[in-house]
Design a protein around this ligand. Structure first.
Ligand SMILES: NC(=O)c1ccc[n+]([C@@H]2O[C@H](COP(=O)([O-])OP(=O)(O)OC[C@H]3O[C@@H](n4cnc5c(N)ncnc54)[C@H](O)[C@@H]3O)[C@@H](O)[C@H]2O)c1
Length: 507
C-alpha cells in the first residue's frame, strides 16, 4: 500500500474470526454499518479471543499488525494456519485455490459432489486437460507439494452432512464455489433451468443457515459473476454491487441519495438469475444474523497456470471447451490448437470483464485474510481488464500464429444468446486494488501463451480432437436446438478497430 503498510495491517478484532463478541455490541445498524453502545462503567465493549485465552475479556481494538496470531505473508497479514473451507474443491477454481492456499500455510478443507464432471459427461465431452480422480489428486498434492487437504465427497444440499463437517472443522473462512456455472446449461430446457436454480440458490440458502448456527464469525466468500449486472445500454457504470455514497437519484424535480443501496441487476440467463438470487439471500443473512460476506462479482477466468497446478500432471486443474462449460478464452485457445476458426457470437462487440487464473487466486487470498466486520455485506468486482470478444480472438490468433506457427482464423456465428452485441461498458473495480493491495501480474498474452504451451502437447491435442463435435453452439436461448450458422470467416488483422471501448475504473 502507499504508506508501506500491508493492506490489512489496521484491521482489528472486529474483522478477526477468532473474536467472540461478548455483549454490549449493538448490531442493529447492521447491513452496512455497526453501532457500538458508548463505553461507560457498566457498558464496556468486550470480546474474548478463541486463540488467546490468556487475554480474558478485552476491548476489540488489537490490530492485525499488533496481534501475534497474524503473521506477515505475501498477500497481507494472515491468521496463523488459518482454516479455509472450499466448497467445490474439485472444480476449475476450487482445486487451484486449494493447492495455492495450502502451499501458503492455510489449513484447507473442502467438499465436492462431482456435479461438474457429471454435467460435462452429459454433454458428451471431457476436460481437455486430463485430471485424475480426486483420491489421486489428493495423493499427488501430498507427494509433490507436501500438503494435506481435508476433502469430503458431499453435496452442498445435504445439509446434515455439511453441518457436521463444518462443526468438525470450524473453518475461519468459507469460499463458496460449489454451483453449476454455465449460462447455456441453464437454458437447455425446464429441467436444466430448474436444476441450476435448485442447486445454486438452495445450496447457498442452506449454507447461510448452517453458518448462522455453527460459525457466525466466519467470513463467506461467495462467488457471483459480473454477468449479474448485465451491460446497461446507457453506459451507467457498474459499481461494486452497491451505489457509492454520493450517488443521487433525480426525478420529478426531487432528489434522493442512493448511497449504500443495491445497484440494479440485469442477468442474461437463468444461471445468472441464480447468482442474483444468491446475492439477495447473502445480503439478507448479513442483515438478519450479522454474518459477514464478500460477494465477489468475478469476471471470466482464463488460463491454466499457477506454480502449484503446474507442478505435476496429476495436479493440473480441469479445462473445458464444450459449448456449455467452456469459457471464452479457454475455448478460443482450444479451437486454435485444433484448427477451427475461433467462434465469435454475433457482432463480437460484446465487452466483458476478465482475469487470469493466477491473478484471481491472488485476489481471493487478499480477501480471505481481510474478513469483513460482523454484519458487513461487501461486494467486489474482481476483474483485471475489460475486453471486446473480437479483440480477444485477435490476441489468441496472434499468439497462436506468431509463436506456435498456427494458421488461426476467426468466424462470426449466429448468436445463440439474447444479449446486446454492441454496448458501452464502464466497470468500477476500486476495492481490490485500493483497499486490498491487488495489482494484476498476468497479461492476457502471457497466459494465452502458457495455454498454447500446454494445449499443444500431443496427448492434449488428441483429447481436443476426440470431442470436437461439442464445440459449436447448439443451445439457443429461444429453446431451439440448432447449430449456429456461420455468418463470416476472416483472418486476424482484417477487421478495423472501432466502436465502444470498455472503461475500467480502478481509482
Ligand atoms: N470460471 C469462471 O470464469 C467464473 C466466472 C465468474 C464466476 N464463476 C463462479 O465461480 C465458481 C467456480 O467456478 P468454476 O469455473 O471453478 O466452476 P466448476 O464447475 O469447475 O466448479 C464448481 C465445483 O462445485 C461443484 N459443485 C457444484 N454443485 C455442487 C453441490 N451441490 N455440492 C457439492 N459440490 C458442487 C462442482 O462439481 C465443481 O467441481 C462458480 O460459482 C462460478 O459460477 C466462475
Amino acid at each position: 500500500m502507499s504508506d508501506g503498510k500491508l493492506h490489512n495491517a489496521d484491521n482489528t478484532c472486529w474483522n478477526c474470526p477468532a473474536a467472540k463478541f461478548r455483549g454490549n455490541v449493538d448490531f442493529r445498524g447492521c447491513g452496512q454499518s455497526r453501532r457500538i453502545v458508548p463505553k461507560g462503567e457498566d457498558k464496556q465493549l468486550m470480546i474474548e479471543c478463541r486463540r488467546r485465552d490468556e487475554l480474558g475479556h478485552f476491548e476489540p481494538n488489537i490490530t492485525f499488525e499488533q496481534c501475534p496470531e497474524w503473521e506477515k505473508m505475501e498477500y497481507g497479514y494472515m491468521l496463523k494456519n488459518m482454516k479455509v473451507m472450499i466448497l467445490g474443491m474439485d472444480g476449475y477454481l476450487g482445486w487451484t485455490l486449494s493447492l495455492w492456499l495450502a502451499n501458503r500455510g492455510f489449513e484447507v478443507s473442502g467438499i465436492d459432489d462431482y456435479t461438474r464432471r457429471d454435467c460435462v459427461m452429459e454433454k458428451g465431452s471431457h476436460t481437455v486437460v486430463p485430471i485424475p480422480r480426486m483420491t489421486k489428486k489428493l495423493e499427488a498434492a501430498r507427494d509433490e507439494l507436501d500438503i494435506t487437504l481435508n476433502f469430503r465427497k458431499m453435496d452442498l444440499n445435504d445439509r446434515k452432512k455439511l453441518r457436521e463437517f463444518i462443526e468438525e472443522v470450524k473453518p475461519e473462512s468459507i469460499v463458496h464455489y460449489a454451483e453449476i456455472p454455465s449460462p447455456p446449461y441453464s437454458m437447455v430446457d425446464a429441467e436444466h433451468a430448474i436444476e441450476v436454480q435448485r442447486n445454486n440458490v438452495l445450496g447457498t440458502l442452506g449454507l447461510l443457515h448452517i453458518m448462522r448456527d455453527v460459525v457466525p464469525m466466519t467470513s463467506l466468500l461467495k462467488l457471483g459473476t459480473m454477468g449479474e449486472y448485465g451491460s446497461p445500454l446507457t453506459g451507467r457504470p457498474l459499481f461494486e454491487g452497491l451505489f457509492p455514497n454520493d450517488a443521487i437519484l433525480e426525478w420529478n424535480d426531487r432528489e434522493w441519495s442512493l448511497g449504500g443501496e443495491m445497484t440494479p441487476r440485469d442477468p442474461h440467463s437463468f444461471y445468472h438469475v441464480s447468482k442474483v438470487q444468491d446475492t439477495y439471500n447473502v445480503y439478507e443473512a448479513c442483515k438478519y444474523w450479522w454474518l459477514r460476506s464478500y460477494d465477489i462479482m468475478q469476471g471470466i477466468i482464463y488460463g491454466v497456470h499457477t506454480d502449484e497446478v503446474a507442478a505435476h500432471p496429476d495436479l493440473r486443474t480441469r479445462l473445458d471447451y464444450d459449448e456449455w462449460f467452456g469459457t471464452v478464452i479457454n475455448r478460443f485457445v482450444t479451437q486454435a490448437v485444433h484448427g477451427i476458426p475461433l467462434t465469435i457470437y454475433g457482432e463480437g462487440e460484446q465487452i466483458r470483464g476478465m482475469i487470469a487464473l493466477q491473478d484471481a487466486m491472488e485476489c481471493m487470498t487478499r480477501l480471505i485474510v481481510s474478513p469483513p466486520e460482523p454484519g458487513q455485506y461487501d461486494v467486489v468486482n474482481q476483474v483485471s481488464g475489460l475486453h471486446k470478444i473480437k479483440d480477444v480472438a485477435e490476441t489468441v490468433a496472434e499468439v497462436g500464429n506468431e509463436k506456435f506457427d498456427l494458421d488461426v482464423t476467426i468466424q462470426r456465428l449466429e448468436n445463440p444468446r439474447v444479449e446486446a452485441e454492441k454496448h458501452p461498458m464502464e466497470v468500477v473495480s476500486r476495492k481490490l486494488p485500493q483497499e486490498h493491495g491487488f495489482d494484476p501480474k498476468v497479461s492476457m498474452e502471457k497466459e494465452v501463451e502458457r495455454m498454447f504451451d500446454l494445449l499443444t502437447k500431443e496427448e492434449i491435442k488428441k483429447r481436443i480432437k476426440e470431442k470436437k463435435h461439442v464445440i459449436m453452439p447448439r443451445t439457443r436461448w429461444s429453446g431451439e436446438k440448432k447449430e449456429s450458422g456461420v455468418l463470416e470467416v476472416y483472418k486476424p488483422g482484417e477487421k478495423e478497430k472501432g466502436g465502444y471501448e470498455g472503461r475500467l475504473d480502478t481509482e
